[in-house]
Design a protein around this ligand. Structure first.
Ligand code: TPP
Ligand code: MG
Length: 327
């Protein structure tokens, strides 16, 4: 449970930070200097923030194509994220990966990849290594979390990995961001009418579902799941309901394409995770306008400085072309 006002404010600040960074990326993306496909997480910030609030640097996470929020919430370096989007050598992946290949080992963000389901077995391998370490009764296991979408639930490798994780009692948290869509195809057109988390439970995982747009709910569900994994109770699964606001890939909105039922996006915008938390803070007299403005100002400055840093970086040199290749 979110215990203190300071905690709730911190969760709000982290969500706001991701939102403002994603908006700034969207704005600059239109200048056509970032030449990599970019999937924004606007509307889905509460999941990254609520889960990562319980993970230390010793705990590791893996992510997918929509990974900026996960990277930032885990403490990944903003400047190196931006440099990566521009393809510069100082980027977190040396400018070779772009938006969908992020890493920040110092923060415990191991990797994201664009192959749907690609990082799921990698996360299990990491969790298996943690499971095989000597158990520290005071601290428990280091936990590994892997973030993926509802579309990934249709990948065989996810089900094989859930089976393996249950068998080996891995300290692994599966986080399914169910935003109802795989690109432009609704869940109801792709999967029979059944709940994702119940299928995970059938694989032998401890599984729960909740409102992924309520950061306090995500925080509480993740707290229990991560404590269970840490204590050696085996793999955990969270299905969190949410919605992506922008187009699947790129900086724009695409509601005019008509793949969502009319009005659906507007309903989800009313369920904005930031709006709800800000209202709760204001209603409780826990924050005032001056504090909210100070948050906005400090973020605007941080983001501007990070872009300035990233924009003076340099292209990878040709002689480095064959480095980091494995064949
Ligand atoms: C194995 C594989 N199949 C197809 C794709 C193309 N693809 C990229 S993202 C995506 C949709 C993924 O949907 P979901 O997992 O729900 O994540 P979301 O984009 O909704 O966050 C697809 C099909 C891919 N990258 N990898
Ligand atoms: Mg989806």
């Amino acid at each position: 449970m979110v215990q203190t006002t300071a905690d709730l404010k911190q969760l709000y600040y982290q969500m706001l930070r991701i939102r403002r960074i994603e908006e700034a990326i969207a704005k600059r993306y239109r200048e056509q200097q970032m030449r990599c496909p970019t999937h924004l997480c606007i509307g889905e910030e509460a999941i990254a923030v609520g889960v990562n609030a319980h993970l230390s640097v010793q705990d590791k996470i893996f992510s997918n194509h929509r990974g900026h929020g996960h990277y930032l919430a885990k403490g990944g370096d903003l400047r190196r994220l931006l440099a990566e989007l521009y393809g510069f050598a100082e980027g977190c992946c040396g400018g070779r990966g772009g938006s969908m290949h992020l890493t920040d080992l110092a923060a415990g963000f191991i990797a994201s990849t664009p192959i749907v389901g690609g990082t799921v077995p990698l996360a299990a391998g990491y969790a298996w290594a943690e499971r095989n370490k000597k158990f520290d009764t005071a601290q428990g296991f280091n936990v590994v979390a892997v973030f993926f979408g509802d579309g990934c639930f249709e990948e065989g490798v996810l089900h094989e990995t859930m089976n393996f994780a249950a068998l080996k009692k891995l300290p692994l948290l599966f986080v399914c961001e169910n935003n109802q869509y795989s690109v432009m195809t609704r869940l109801s057109e792709r999967q029979p009418d059944r709940e994702i988390y119940k299928i995970a439970a059938a694989h032998g995982l401890q599984a729960a579902s909740g409102d992924g747009n309520r950061v306090d709910e995500v925080f509480t569900l993740a707290e229990t799941a991560i404590a269970n994994a840490r204590a050696g109770h085996g793999p955990q699964f969270l299905e969190l309901h949410t919605h992506r606001w922008p187009e699947h890939c790129g900086p724009n909105e695409d509601d005019e394409l008509g793949y969502r039922p009319p009005g659906e996006l507007a309903v989800w915008k009313q369920r904005c995770p930031l709006l709800r938390t800000r209202q709760a803070l204001l209603d409780g007299g826990l924050i005032n306008d001056a504090e909210l403005e100070a948050m906005e100002n400090s973020l605007a400055e941080e983001i501007e400085q990070a872009f300035q840093w990233a924009l003076q970086c340099s292209r990878p040199v040709v002689s480095s072309m064959e480095l980091h290749l494995y064949a």
